[in-house]
Design a protein around this ligand. Structure first.
Ligand code: XMP
Length: 508
């Protein structure tokens, strides 16, 4: 078991995910809450990155971490904290490093064993280690000559300024594997996403009771509901809420999907008036997310009560919660910066529903693997992610029906074209967003003054990092022309070439 101390990095879950791929058990703990016993029991300790500077001294942590005698790996902030703690110096850099960087490996004997002398890694930091602590040596540097990796071989303490856990660090898995091997940790396969194991778990939890579940048409709720359906069949009641912020034809698509898959009960609730009236004139992104979250709970709760009247007692709430939602997330730690509120349904306690969460132990990509094993087709499992707050976070500022019409239509044209040109599958997520700025244009002989549409298409593995897709110019040309010709109210289309970080995938 490796203990991962979460200093507030957006990537902490990924460290645990990568360790799972390497068949190593890991536990994420907050640095001030990890107990002496947990440190004692750990085979190794990993210190995550984080948004703070070690020079601020703001972060509280169990001081035993540094004398527990266990092998240790610090990543980004964790690397700096190790250097700081053992007497090295950290300085704010004049040049920050974000995104891909070239690493020059000086020592390929342990952490970088089997790797090249030049490696592509993912950086995201301001401060740097400028003087090493005693007994440490530099293992790798960056082009800017900074200490990119260091080690005290005798005590098996290692630091990396970059993030081996993110997909964009090409050989990050090998680096983590090397660390595990050096710690002498045995790698044992778990059966967390075996369909029989999952279905048996649901049957055991639910017994003869009934389950209600909010479904979105997205992959997580689809796979979770399908597993529950397989376990208890007509005792599952699915509810799909139309917020008025869905994509074109989405309601019909989802309804058809659930019918085709043989679900006994699927209820579509049209609550668009409630959502849209409450969102009128609201411009703040967080406020929009909160209104949508609260309204969703209200509508869902009302529907459950109606269902209970109609079908009798319902004891369980099914949820598509996945592993990163369940462990101490970056958002729940005081050291982390909150980037966006996510729209996860937490029903009021007085509803007294017990939870059944079949995907609770799985990461996003494992959910797809489970879906395939359960017999769901690729078209359903490869759908691009769509956020709970829907088009609301893709219309910047205030929302009205006309802006929804515009972004929905532009998005539909983009999606259709991605399908026709066979790019849909190669892109992890794509969409159109409406930028509420008007620019001057000319159509025919007429001056126009209309909105701008931004197209975004990204590749990602886990949504933690993302890169824009270099879609061919002819394709973008085709989509841009079609949008301007067919969508009333748009006279300009731009293509977004921002990576995450520093951008996020959605606009709000
Ligand atoms: P960001 O914008 O944070 O998005 O880079 C990362 C991924 O999460 C999706 N997303 C959401 N999904 N509820 C969801 O279920 C939400 O509130 C939400 N906000 C963002 C986003 O589409 C992307 O895939």
């Amino acid at each position: 078991m490796i203990v991962i101390l979460n200093f507030g990095s957006q990537f902490t879950h990924l460290i645990s995910r990568r360790l799972r791929d390497l068949h190593v058990e890991a536990k994420i703990r907050l640095p001030d809450q990890v107990t002496d016993q947990e440190l004692e029991d750990a085979q190794a300790v990993i210190l995550s990155g984080g948004p703070n500077s070690v020079m601020d001294e703001k972060i509280d942590y169990n001081k035993k971490i540094f004398n527990c005698g266990k092998p240790m790996l610090g990543l980004c902030y964790g690397h700096q904290l190790i250097a700081h703690n053992f007497g090295g110096t950290i300085s704010p850099s004049h040049t920050r490093e974000y995104g891909a960087a070239q690493l020059t490996v000086l020592d390929t004997s342990d952490l970088f064993e089997g790797l090249d002398q030049t490696e592509t890694v993912w950086m995201s930091h301001g401060d740097s280690v400028t003087t090493l602590p005693d007994n440490f040596q530099v293992l790798a540097t960056t082009q800017q000559g900074k200490v990119a990796a260091m080690a005290d071989h005798k005590r098996r303490i290692f630091g990396m300024q970059f993030h081996p856990e993110v997909h964009h660090t090409k050989h990050g898995m090998r680096m983590l594997q090397n660390f595990i091997s050096m710690c002498g940790i045995a790698q044992k396969k778990q059966n967390t996403h075996d369909p029989e194991h999952i279905i048996a778990g649901i049957t055991k939890t639910v017994g003869d009771a009934s389950v209600v579940m909010g479904v979105s048409g997205g992959v997580d709720s689809l796979v979770a509901s399908y597993a529950i359906h397989k376990a208890i069949n007509d005792r599952l009641f699915c509810v799909y809420v139309d917020t008025g912020l869905m994509r074109q034809d989405e309601n019909a698509y989802v309804q058809h999907m659930y019918e085709q898959l043989g679900f006994a009960h699927f209820k579509l609730v049209d609550a668009s008036d409630i959502f849209l009236s409450r969102l009128a004139n609201v411009t703040d992104p967080e406020e929009k997310r909160k209104i949508i979250g609260h309204s969703f709970i209200e509508v869902f709760q009302h529907t459950i009560n109606q269902m209970k009247d109609e079908h009798g007692e319902i004891t369980f709430l099914g949820q598509g919660t996945i592993y990163p939602d369940t462990i101490e997330s970056a958002e729940s730690s005081e050291t982390a910066h909150k980037i966006k509120s996510h729209h996860n349904v937490t029903l009021p306690e007085d509803m007294k529903l017990k939870l059944v969460e079949p995907l609770r132990m799985l990461y996003k990509d494992e959910v797809r693997t489970l879906g395939t094993s359960l017999g769901l087709c690729d078209d359903y499992l490869n759908r691009h992610p769509f956020p709970g707050p829907g088009l609301a976070v893709r219309i910047l500022g205030s929302i009205d029906k006309d802006k929804i019409r515009i972004v929905r239509h532009a998005d539909h044209i983009f999606m259709q074209a991605l399908g026709e040109f066979n790019y849909y599958k190669d892109v992890w997520q794509a969409f159109a967003a409406l930028l509420p700025v008007k620019t001057v244009g000319v159509m025919g002989d007429t001056r126009t003054y209309e909105y701008m549409i931004s197209l975004r298409a990204v590749t990602s593995v886990d949504a933690m990092t993302a890169d824009w897709v270099p879609l061919p110019a002819e394709f973008l040309h085709y989509v841009s022309n079609k949008i301007i010709n067919e969508v009333n109210g748009v006279n300009r289309v731009v293509y977004d070439i921002t990576q995450k970080p520093p951008g996020t995938i959605e606009y709000e």
